[in-house]
Design a protein. Structure first.
Length: 279
C-alpha cells in the first residue's frame, strides 16, 4: 500500500528497517528454511522499491547489502528520552517487593517474552552463576512466559526469577535504577533499544556478542559468547563493579537523544522532498 500511494502521489518512499523478518519464521506453520528465504526475498524486494532505507545500526546496513539491497541506506539509531531514563531513583521498597535487600544482586532483563529474544539463556546464566542470592527480574509479557516459568522451575531457581509482566514506561526508570546489572541475551535484534536505556540508567550491561549489539554499546558494557556459562560469568563480573557506568550516559546523550535522532529523520525527509521537487 505504501508503495502504491507513494507512486500515485509522486512522493519519495522511505523504508525504516527495524525487524529481521527471517528471525520470526518460527511463528509460521511452514518449513523453517523456506520461510526464512521468503522473508529475506520480501525484505530485499520492498527495500529496493524505496528511495532510501533507514536502519538503526551499521550492522543492519551490512545485513541489507548482503541480501542484495542496492538503494541508499542511512543509519539513524532510534532515539530515547535520555532525561527520562537517567532520572530513575533506586528504590529500597521496589527491591523489597522483589525479595532483595540492599546487598542482594538484582539482574534486569526488559524484553517481550518471545522465543526469538533468547530469554531462556538468561535463566541458564542465573543457574550457572551459582549465587544463591542473585535474582533475575524479567520485565515484559509474551507467548513464552509459561515455557520460561517451566525452565526456571526445571533449573531449580524459580524462587529467584521474577516475572513482572508489562511494566508501564513511566515506571521503567525506577526499575532500571533499582537493579544492579542488565542482561541482554538476544541475537536477533536490529538494535536493542533497551541497551541504550540501560546505559543511560547507568547499569553495567552484559550482552551476547553480535555486530548490532557492538554497534549500540560502542565499547560500553561486556560482550560474551552465546552460552549460559559465558553469560553467567559476565554477570558475575558486572555485579562485582562497585560504581555504575555513568560515563555511558554521555555516550547515550549524543547517540540516542530522541531530539537529535528525530531531527536527523526530518532532515532526511526534507532532503528527499527537495530532490523530488527539483527532479
Amino acid at each position: 500500500m505504501g508503495v502504491r500511494y507513494a507512486r500515485q502521489l509522486s512522493l519519495p518512499l522511505v523504508f525504516t528497517y527495524h525487524t529481521q523478518l527471517e528471525e520470526y519464521a518460527h511463528y509460521l506453520p511452514f518449513e523453517r528454511a523456506t520461510t526464512r528465504r521468503a522473508a529475506s526475498t520480501l525484505t530485499r524486494t520492498y527495500a529496493n522499491l524505496a528511495q532510501t532505507v533507514i536502519v538503526p545500526t551499521p550492522a543492519m546496513e551490512d545485513r541489507l547489502r548482503s541480501l542484495g539491497v542496492i538503494v541508499p541506506i542511512v543509519v539513524i539509531p532510534s532515539g530515547i528520552d535520555v532525561a527520562h531514563f537517567a532520572g530513575g531513583k533506586r528504590s529500597a521498597a521496589l527491591r523489597a517487593r522483589l525479595g532483595a535487600g540492599e546487598g542482594t544482586p538484582l539482574v534486569l532483563l526488559v524484553s517481550r517474552l518471545a522465543k526469538e529474544k533468547n530469554i531462556a539463556l538468561a535463566i541458564e546464566a542465573l543457574a550457572a552463576l551459582r549465587d544463591t542470592e542473585a535474582r533475575l527480574v524479567l520485565a515484559g509479557e509474551g507467548p513464552e512466559r509459561a515455557a520460561l516459568v517451566a525452565a526456571a522451575r526445571s533449573a531449580g531457581i524459580d524462587d529467584r526469577v521474577h516475572f513482572l509482566g508489562h511494566v508501564p514506561r513511566e515506571q521503567l526508570p525506577e526499575l532500571y535504577a533499582s537493579c544492579d546489572a542488565f542482561c541482554f541475551p538476544s541475537v536477533t535484534e536490529t538494535q536493542g533499544i533497551v541497551l541504550a536505556e540501560a546505559l543511560v540508567a547507568g547499569l553495567p550491561v552484559v550482552a551476547v556478542d553480535t555486530p548490532q549489539t557492538r554497534d549500540v554499546l560502542c565499547g560500553a558494557g561486556l560482550l560474551v559468547d552465546p552460552s549460559g556459562i559465558a553469560l553467567g560469568e559476565g554477570l558475575r563480573a558486572a555485579l562485582a563493579v562497585s560504581s555504575r557506568e555513568q560515563s555511558a550516559v554521555h555516550l547515550a546523550l549524543e547517540r540516542y537523544s530522541l531530539r537529535i535522532q528525530t531531527a536527523r529523520v526530518i532532515q532526511l525527509y526534507e532532503t528527499l522532498l527537495a530532490e523530488r521537487r527539483t527532479a
